[in-house]
Design a protein around this ligand. Sequence first.
Ligand code: BG6
Ligand code: MG
Length: 223
Amino acid sequence: MEHIKGLIFDLDGVLVDTAKYHFLAWRRMANELGFDFNEHQNEQLKGVSRKQSLALILSWGGITLSPADFEKYMRLKNDWYLEFIQKMQPDEALPGADVFLRQSKAAGYKIALGSASKNSRLILDKLQFTHFFDAIIDGNVATESKPNPQVFLLGAKALGLTPNQCLVFEDAIAGIQAAHNGGMLAVGIGQPEILTQAEVVYPGLDGLQLAAILNELKTFYKA
Ligand code: BG6
Ligand code: MG
């Protein structure tokens, strides 16, 4: 396992619980358009780009927008989302994220962000996490959405590593698939029943030891 040299973290759902804010902002938008959706449907939006999320939500409401209105509602939703993010405090990081990043960095691992979000830099700043990252690949850089591996491949490249030297931490099914499509192993953060494709799954970063994860992953490497 010595050859894992880089860790690539998804943001939303791995380092911070922004899903609740995305949900509130999208729901406000849907309500303005005269329909509603529930938390179960919201699960389908995790890891999905802003544009694709809007397309999906509109399909739930049976609504078609002109290209100009589509842009308008993407902007509105983001404005509402940012109202929450602007107020975000460092203690809104998910439990254990700070310690895990700190220990990984101290152990000499290169660290990248691999997120679909265009707001990632602001969120990392709010959490006071920016200094942990050697590279930030996000929705402003990547043109392809997960499960396309682009965001993680760019992350590996920015760290100066090959994909098989990197380990991905993801909470979304599409993200786990993106890691695999890029030739990387994936640590699932969430429920094993949902993240069935991940090599290992943990409920969160809290209390996790990187050495223990790497030890569990040994079985997935050829001798
Ligand atoms: C992902 C979230 O990380 O980023 C999605 O899981 C979100 O819910 C996507 O739609 C894009 O985020 P943003 O901040 O650019 O709207
Ligand atoms: Mg996520």
